[in-house]
Design a binder for this molecule. Structure first.
Ligand SMILES: [Zn+2]
Length: 310
């Protein structure tokens, strides 16, 4: 609408498109156009003024470039987020002012519910099942393509799905493993051959947790890879780099002193350094806070050494 009106009033060059001159120009033209209206019919005076105002309003609104439009959209989104409460109140009042909207929304939801019912019907379910069977490969490719285009959305959906299905999935997985032991062992063998390191980590993690459960100390879901990355792949006792063969996980507060098997109480150490230290509490750490500060201090030292070596 905006573009059309300004186009018909005066054809403008591209150079003038976004300049202020255009608005002045438009205003003058509209004034001239409305003068005869005023003179011919005095009672139309108000209408004419309104018209000029509308005309000025439309023309004075700058025509936005795509970049400006995108910028404005971002701004509007953030504004809506900030002023949610304000908008809610506004819409509530608007609905009160226009009671006819109630019927409109009721009709709308009636139609939507009808479609939903049809979508969930037994007939449709069986139809979709067959459709998925026939077009399995096609749908798989489509899904892969979509995930490639929207990686963030796909991640969010997967996370939500996993949280919703967490309890039922454990039971279903257990049953599947019971019913198809051969298939499962084949899958595990294949993935073990692919990432042997990952399985070593998993085995180490479960060993640590099992030991803690036997001793009756505090445990948590831990990730050994996370601990390695946090500790810069260096031993916390001698600060030297570790190898695949001589890595071990050390409890800062020893298990013999009821040390927890949690990420804040575990650090990477050489096997030899770990053995030398044994079960003695040389570090003298007693609480979670002291362990955390120890980790921070050690890791800062490690980073300094890394910089010095390079
Ligand atoms: Zn060491």
């Amino acid at each position: 609408m905006k573009t059309r009106i300004s186009k018909y009033i005066i054809p403008l060059d591209n150079s003038l498109k976004y300049s202020k001159i255009k608005y002045v120009y438009c205003y003058i033209v509209i004034l001239i156009l409305t003068i005869p209206l005023d003179s011919f019919a005095l009672h139309l005076n108000n209408v004419a003024i309104d018209r000029t105002m509308i005309g000025v309003f439309y023309c004075a609104k700058p025509m936005r470039t795509p970049e400006q439009k995108a910028k404005r959209n971002i701004y509007l989104k953030s504004w809506r987020k900030k002023n949610q409460q304000k908008l809610l109140i506004y819409f509530q009042e608007y609905r009160k002012m226009h009671p006819e909207l109630k019927q409109y929304y009721a009709d709308y939801h009636f139609v939507v519910d009808k479609y939903k019912q049809r979508w969930k019907s037994e007939h449709n379910k069986s139809y979709m099942k067959e459709y998925r069977k026939i077009k399995r490969e096609h749908l798989r490719l489509l899904k892969i393509e979509w995930i490639k285009k929207n990686p963030e959305k796909a991640k969010a959906i997967e996370l939500r799905h996993r949280i919703n299905r967490h309890d039922t999935k454990i039971i279903a997985d257990r049953e599947y493993r019971k019913n198809n032991p051969k298939k499962c062992s084949e899958i595990v063998c294949k993935s073990k051959a692919k990432n042997p390191e990952l399985y070593l980590h998993i085995a180490q993690q479960s060993r640590l947790i099992r030991r803690a459960r036997i001793n009756g100390t505090e445990t948590e879901k831990i990730s050994i890879l996370k601990i390695y990355e946090r500790d810069c792949y260096r031993c916390h006792i001698c600060l030297e780099l570790t190898n695949k063969d001589n890595r071990s996980i050390d409890h800062l507060i020893p298990v013999s002193r009821n040390g927890a098997t949690t990420e804040w109480n575990l650090m990477l150490a050489h096997l030899e350094c770990n053995r030398k230290r044994g079960a003695k509490n040389i570090l003298g750490l007693e609480t979670k806070e002291s362990a955390l500060t120890y980790i921070q201090q050690r890791n800062e030292l490690k980073k300094l050494r890394q910089i010095n070596e390079t």
